[in-house]
Each structure stands twice: as structure tokens, then as C-alpha cells.
Design a protein around this ligand. Structure first.
Ligand code: PLP
Length: 411
């Protein structure tokens, strides 16, 4: 391999230097170095079910295998017709207005569709209301498409819920959209219907597009209830994102979708722009699309994992108990999704820096966690872990976390 040519400078027009994605960043690189030296690590940085032994349900695997001979051609840019029909029917069942196959866009994961959705929307300098903390792709894609993320607060003293009044106070003449992530990554919050109705009303008043990331829509614990936004939005333009990565444990297949709802007359241009951007990348990965119908109509396979006794439920219980038992940690128990987002409190929190802590956890305790600031928060006292390991492994992680925090509290 030849050395990097210093003339090959990165683009400044795309504002790449402003973009962060620390879930797979510096700490993950250091982790790979340690592994190359023979260290055994516990890596809790990525919500990657397959890496923790979860498998996509067998009927989904079979659906791909049975159709593999039909996966050679490109599909329509918006996706395979039968898969789009299955997604539209799924959305109709939950009450999404005007959910027809023509308004379904299948992508290489929700990730690709987030970029397309913002690229189709934004002019230079326009603003997107993004939650803080956020899933950092939302900020990154806004910036890369010449927009500006304006952060609304998920209030850590109020169950990490958004505050509609604060959202409204941030709206300017440049605001184009509100991003909602529900159930939330990284906080695990699940939003009540009344709160979502208030946010929808704000979007209506200021004619903002709703961009609703519902990739964790089936992952809920105890009595939490998922409330989709599109049925509340009615004729208001709304793009709802879902996929196979989390609920169906098939993130490597790279299958996501976005469903455009609301008055077709109000979003005709936007629809065409999404279609054009889809056409420019030809189509999404085809084999994975054959699993969509089975995933959405083949019955529930996730609640066995999220109900008491199920693996995700028990790991979440271990998280809650470990945080309760620790004098150094406070936690808003996750109502949904695959993460815990604890806060460091008490003497250990004095002068605490989440990045230093994550580095210490990696170097000394061989555990990879994600610093809270990676999720675009203005405070430095949180970190994120996934709920994907076995409960015992998560207990072990929190023994090590407590060890480091106790050392710091005494220092
Ligand atoms: N949105 C959220 C909130 C996520 O947490 C993730 C992945 O972790 C994605 C989108 C991307 O998912 P996909 O695998 O469909 O690209």
C-alpha cells in the first residue's frame, strides 16, 4: 500500500470535519488494536444483535433462501412491489393515512434513507430540530446535506421526554423539520400519545415535516406502549422509518423503509425528490427485501425476548438493578429499545469527563462503552451501553464500572 497522498485532502464543502460518529470512532479503533494484541474485550458500543448471538427468525432466513434465484435483477428504486405492499399494509393496520405501496421507499437500512430524506429536503443553512441526545446519524446527515441541527432537549430530569414548549421556542423561519426518535436511542424513552399530539400540532402550525425514526417500534418493556406518529399527523406530511435491523435482529441484511404519509398534494415534490434520489442509487440490496413480508405478517417474534424471562428483559433488569445498587449511578429505566444511558452522580461525578472514563474502561477494564457526548448532549456525565449481552455479562460490566467509579470517588 502506498502512503496517503497529502494532496488528497477531504472535501470541505460537505463539512465532513464537523461530523462525528463516535459509536464506531476513536475508541472502537483502539479496541481493535487491543484485540489484535490478544486482549479479550466486552464491546457494548454497537446495537448489533447478531454480534451477541441473536439470529433473525428462521422463517425470514428461509424467505431469502427460497427467493435467492429471484434476487439477481435490480428492483424498482423504491423497492420490490410485494415488499412495499407488505409495508403499506402494516402501516394501514396501525392507522397511517394514505399508506399505499407507491409511498413506500425501501433502502439499505434506515441509515441510507435518513440521508436521502434530508438531501431531498434541505437548502443550505436550513434547520432541522434534532433531539439531544440524538442518534448521531441524524445530526451527521443534516450537516452533510448543508443543514444545521438545532437541538431540542430530552429532559433527563423528566424521563428524557421532549418539552413541546421548548421545541416551539427553537423554531425559526429556516426550520424545515422535526426529528422524533421513538422508542429512543440512546435514552430508551417511549413517548406518550398526548406528548406526540402536542408535537404534531406544532409541526402543523409551522408547516414542518415530521421525520419519525421508529426503528425500535416493537422493542418495549413492561407496560410501555408504542404510539406511532403518522396516524396522529393525519394529513400532515410525515416520513416514518422502520426496518429489519433491530426488531427482527437482521441488521446485516441492510433493510429499512420509509413511508410517506399526509396529504399527497402537499408532498408531491418531496415524493418525486425521494424517488429520484432512490433512482440514482438504483435500488436497495435485493435479497433482504424478500424477508420483509414474512417479518411484518409472520407473527410477533420479539416479545418473547422483551417479556419477563426473555433475554432482553433480563439484561435490562440487570442494568436497572446494577444502577440502583451503585452509589455512583442514576438511571432512567429504558421503556424500550436496546440501550441504557446511565448518569454518573455523587463524588465520582466531580470533574468527570465521559470520554476519559470510556478510555479508562477500555484500557483498564477491557469494556467498550460510548461516551454520552457522542450523542450531542451539552453535559459530560453519561455513557451508553447496549442491552444485547447476557444479563450475567452486563452484571460483570457494571462491577467493573463501579470499580473505576469508586476509585475516582476516593481520589
Ligand atoms: N435509527 C436509529 C435510532 C438507530 O439506532 C439506528 C441504528 O442503530 C438506525 C437508525 C440505523 O439502522 P439501520 O440498520 O436500519 O441502518
Amino acid at each position: 500500500m502506498s502512503a496517503f497522498n497529502p494532496r488528497h485532502k477531504i472535501a470541505t464543502r460537505t463539512r465532513l470535519s464537523e461530523v462525528r460518529y463516535e459509536i464506531r470512532g476513536e475508541l472502537a479503533r483502539r479496541a481493535r488494536e487491543l484485540e489484535a494484541q490478544g486482549r479479550k474485550l466486552i464491546k457494548l458500543n454497537i446495537g448489533n444483535p447478531g454480534a451477541f448471538g441473536f439470529r433473525a427468525p428462521e422463517p425470514l432466513q428461509r424467505a431469502i433462501a427460497d427467493h435467492i434465484h429471484r434476487t439477481d435483477p435490480y428492483t424498482h428504486q423504491q423497492g420490490l412491489p410485494e415488499a412495499r405492499e407488505a409495508i403499506a399494509a402494516f402501516h394501514q393496520r396501525r392507522g397511517t393515512p394514505n399508506a399505499v405501496p407507491e409511498r413506500v421507499f425501501i433502502g439499505n437500512g434506515v441509515s441510507e434513507l435518513i440521508d436521502i430524506a434530508l438531501r431531498a429536503l434541505l437548502n443550505p443553512g436550513e434547520e432541522v430540530l434534532v433531539p439531544s441526545p440524538d442518534y448521531p446519524l441524524w445530526s451527521a446527515a443534516t450537516i452533510l446535506n448543508d443543514g444545521r441541527p438545532v437541538y431540542y432537549r430530552l429532559d433527563r430530569d423528566n424521563g428524557f421526554l421532549p418539552d413541546p414548549e421548548q421545541i416551539e421556542s427553537l423554531i425559526s423561519s429556516r426550520t424545515r423539520a422535526i426529528v422524533l426518535i421513538n422508542p429512543n436511542n440512546p435514552t430508551g424513552a417511549s413517548y406518550p400519545r398526548e406528548l406526540l399530539e402536542q408535537i404534531v400540532e406544532i409541526a402543523r402550525r409551522y408547516r414542518l415535516l415530521l421525520l419519525v425514526d421508529e426503528i425500535y417500534d416493537g422493542i418495549l418493556y413492561d407496560d410501555a406502549v408504542f404510539q406511532p406518529v403518522a396516524p396522529l399527523a393525519g394529513d400532515l406530511p410525515c416520513l416514518s422509518f422502520g426496518g429489519l435491523s433491530k426488531v427482527h435482529r437482521a441488521c446485516g441484511w441492510r433493510v429499512g423503509w420509509a413511508v410517506l404519509s399526509g396529504d399527497p398534494l402537499a408532498c408531491g415534490d418531496y415524493h418525486h425528490a425521494l424517488d429520484l434520489l432512490g433512482a440514482l442509487r438504483l435500488c436497495a440490496n435485493v435479497p433482504g427485501q424478500f424477508a420483509i413480508e414474512q417479518a411484518l405478517h409472520g407473527g410477533d417474534t420479539i416479545s418473547a425476548l422483551t417479556a419477563p424471562g426473555g433475554r432482553l428483559y433480563e439484561t435490562r433488569r440487570a442494568l436497572i438493578e446494577a444502577c440502583r445498587a451503585s452509589e455512583h449511578l442514576a438511571l432512567v429505566p429504558p421503556a424500550g429499545a436496546l440501550y441504557g444511558f446511565p448518569r454518573v452522580v455523587g463524588p465520582a461525578a466531580q470533574g468527570f469527563d465521559d470520554h476519559d472514563f470510556a478510555l479508562e474502561m477500555l484500557e483498564q477494564e477491557h469494556v467498550l462503552i460510548v461516551p454520552g457526548t457522542s450523542f450531542n448532549v451539552p453535559y459530560r456525565d453519561h455513557f451508553r451501553v447496549t442491552l444485547l449481552p447476557e444479563a450475567d455479562q452486563l452484571r460483570e460490566v457494571f462491577i467493573r464500572i463501579d470499580r473505576v467509579l469508586s476509585r475516582r470517588a476516593e481520589a
